[in-house]
Design a binder for this molecule. Structure first.
Ligand code: IVH
Length: 691
């Protein structure tokens, strides 16, 4: 681009008033969008890059001078503005459903037979199907109102997803406005599809990441999800992501074409890319098309995890309807997992957060199921025995979709018997403690949970993880450094770290030390459910932590809960109840929790769903107050209760109606529990007073 051209353009921009600028913007935006389409979708540019850049810079300059004139469909709005604060929920007006699966030709024939049975005498002899690639990406709903993109949302649980419009609008394959050749735009339309990575682009991005010392992504699908479920739109804008349409949600204001294949053609006319597909007459043609796609699978430049078979006629789809949340008119065919051969170079024994010692195969790197694999899980000692692995053996490795690569079997050759066998260690490879077998879970455990460095590291990583205490900057490298330097042995130690301790560590500047200390400080305010997850209690994942928090509301009530009470909580089974009760009975746990609290971790109580018999009211009821309440003194609480007609007594008996328990509630709490007295925290008391 010549500097003089740019100057010329800038002069023109400066000479315009707002009305003139609007006129020019109204001409430039559709023009630039048209060139974008010609270039990206039709591979048929009409102008060269230089001419395009000049028009683009003119638009940028006009918009900078007159920000009020920026159009929603301006190509400049794709580049990603400021990050959003958090992802907002979005409720789908038409739910996003899932698909039933088929795994063989016979199951496909059964699918066809089921459709004909359902339609009874009225079924066509030969059903017309559409076979499509099943795109292995992030499911997305793009909502348009009067032809303009309003919301892009993830699938979520099918009813409610997350609003990710700020990221999705940065993808060039997402039309910001619909351009039907007829000019007739629907009042409302939601286009459903997947956001996927272009594979060569994905591989290149991973190479760049590795070169920059960043962790490469596991697979294209996770990378797509990671790019879109982001606050900062510049991330998605910089990645080779693509939206491909495969179905529709709501459609109002224009007539739906008669078939799925016609709808896909229409969407392409309107500016979308669509999943590749083939029209098939009858199920035998479907089976052939699926086999043909299977043969081409590895040469596609995006990842698929199967094929989708759909009844083509919308009238028939309508008659077939849905069974629970799956349409009767479609099925997902899953190809058998890809299996390849490679050499077993070694076996390492990894110590996890819970102390389980897992054998992991180190493989000569091999490409399988779309990714390069160099590690595969061997599960446990029983699996090692079953496989009879020897170092240097040729092994068969399988991987499908999300599943962790797996060693399926050894290819036994003459040399196999003479090769060195893999032996399970007797002691922990990290701390040399004697390992113990847990036959119930077919696991081998390192019992040294408090000082085995591997367990300590994993526990800390888990504690600071995004779903846990969400401590920004507490990455793997830092955790290793903290543990190696002896600065941190348990989570509570994090809260004692000072900037001067950290800045002594290698490659740790004053600024990052300050940031980390601030992030740790911030984590003290996490709600109970997050803190519970962070503690890493056996069997307590994110959703169990949420269930526990919803049921008990605050940490003391949870600590005091018996195994029986725990197993009464919806969603909590006997195994979890036992594990949780055991955890809170362990004196080591209680000491650690006490330390965490003393250092300021709040385990912020949440509204408990079990605010017992709240409707019963306060008048005439007997209350006992114990422990320290978070925001009021005990006499204040007493005044409130008495003001509402309740009585306050000093000791718990069978006649007590409510125990109001604060922090460090002691024997009164135990006694109240043994009498089955309803227990309230401060929030529960206030709720009761209000009721
Ligand atoms: S049709 C009513 N077509 O797979 C069903 N889905 O496993 C509408 N998917 O939730 C979906 N490629 O997110 C359809 N060609 C394709 C697809 C496809 C991928 C996803 C979709 C769906 C999931 C079900």
């Amino acid at each position: 681009m010549h500097a003089s051209d740019v100057q010329e353009v800038m002069k023109r921009v400066e000479a315009l008033d707002e009305a003139g600028a609007k006129q020019r913007i109204d001409a430039l935006v559709p023009e630039l969008n048209r060139h974008n389409r010609l270039y990206h979708e039709q591979n048929a540019p009409e102008i060269d890059d230089r001419a395009y850049d000049l028009l683009y810079r003119e638009l940028v300059a006009l918009e900078e001078r007159f920000p009020a004139q920026v159009r929603a469909d301006s190509p400049t709005t794709r580049v990603g503005g400021a990050p959003v604060e958090g992802l907002e929920p979005h409720t789908h007006r038409v739910p996003m459903l899932s698909l039933g699966n088929s795994f063989s030709a016979d199951e496909l024939r059964e699918f066809d037979a089921r459709i004909k049975r359902f339609l009874e005498g009225d079924a066509p002899e030969i059903v017309e199907y559409f076979v499509e690639t099943k795109l292995d990406g992030l499911a997305m709903s793009l909502n348009y109102e009067d032809g303009a993109l309003t919301v892009a949302a993830t699938r979520g649980d099918g009813l409610q997803g997350e609003d990710v419009t700020h990221n999705v609008r940065t993808l060039r394959s997402v039309p910001l406005t619909l351009k039907p050749p007829s000019g007739e735009v629907p009042d409302r339309l939601s286009v459903r599809g997947e956001i996927i990575f272009n594979l060569p682009g994905f591989l290149k991005m991973n190479e760049d990441r590795a070169a920059a010392g960043e962790k490469p992504f596991e697979n294209a699908r996770n990378a797509a999800a990671g790019s879109i479920r982001q606050l900062d739109p510049r991330v998605a804008a910089a990645r080779p992501l693509l939206f491909m349409a495969h179905s529709h949600g709501e459609l109002e204001g224009v007539e739906l074409p008669p078939t799925h294949s016609a709808l896909m053609a229409t969407l392409r006319e309107w500016g979308f890319k669509s999943a590749e597909g083939w029209l098939c007459r009858g199920i035998e043609e479907v089976i052939e098309a699926i086999a043909a796609l299977g043969r081409r699978r590895s040469s596609l430049d995006y990842e698929i995890d199967g094929a989708v078979v759909k009844v083509n006629s919308f009238a028939l789809q309508e008659r077939l309807g849905f069974r629970t949340r799956e349409p009767r008119w479609a099925t997902a065919f899953k190809y058998p997992p890809e299996r390849v051969r490679t050499t077993l170079d070694g076996v390492i024994f990894q110590v996890g957060r819970t102390g389980a010692v897992t054998p992991v195969a180190c493989l000569r790197p091999v490409r399988v199921g779309g990714v390069t694999v160099s590690r595969a899980t061997l599960h446990n000692a029983d699996e090692l025995l079953r496989l009879d692995l020897r170092l240097g053996d040729t092994v068969e490795v399988e991987r499908s979709g999300d599943v962790i690569p797996k060693v399926v079997q050894v290819v036994v050759d003459e040399a196999h018997a003479g090769r060195p066998a893999v032996v399970y260690p007797e002691t922990c490879p990290q701390c040399a403690t004697a390992l113990v077998r847990d036959p119930e879970n077919a696991a081998t455990m390192c019992p040294n949970s408090t000082s085995c460095p591997a367990q300590v590291r994993e526990a800390l990583r888990h504690f600071g993880s995004r779903l846990g205490m969400d401590i920004d900057g507490l990455g793997d490298r830092i955790v290793n450094q903290l543990v190696d330097a002896g600065l941190v042995r348990e989570a509570a130690d994090l809260y004692t770290l000072r900037v001067e301790d950290l800045s002594k560590l290698e490659r740790f500047g004053e600024k990052s030390a300050m940031n980390l200390v601030a992030a740790i400080e911030k984590s003290k305010d996490r709600p109970l459910r997050r803190a519970l997850f962070a503690l890493g209690i056996h069997h307590v994942g994110e959703s169990t932590a949420r269930d526990l928090s919803a049921a008990f509301g605050d940490l003391d009530r949870l600590i005091a809960a018996t195994e029986l009470e725990l197993s009464g909580v919806p969603g909590i089974g006997a195994v979890v109840a036992k594990s949780v009760a055991g955890y809170f009975r362990d004196p080591k746990t209680l000491t650690h929790l006490q330390r965490l609290r003393a250092l300021g971790v709040k385990f912020v109580p949440e509204a408990a769903s079990t605010v017992v018999v709240a409707k019963a009211g306060v008048a005439g009821k007997t209350f006992v107050i114990t422990g320290t309440l978070p925001s009021m003194s005990r006499p204040d609480a007493q005044k409130l209760i008495e003001g509402a007609g309740g009585k306050v007594s000093g000791s718990v008996s069978a006649k007590t109606d409510f125990l109001v328990a604060g922090a460090e509630a002691g024997s009164k709490l135990t006694k109240a529990q043994s009498f089955g007295v309803a227990i309230l925290d401060e929030a529960g008391l206030l709720a009761l007073l209000e009721a």
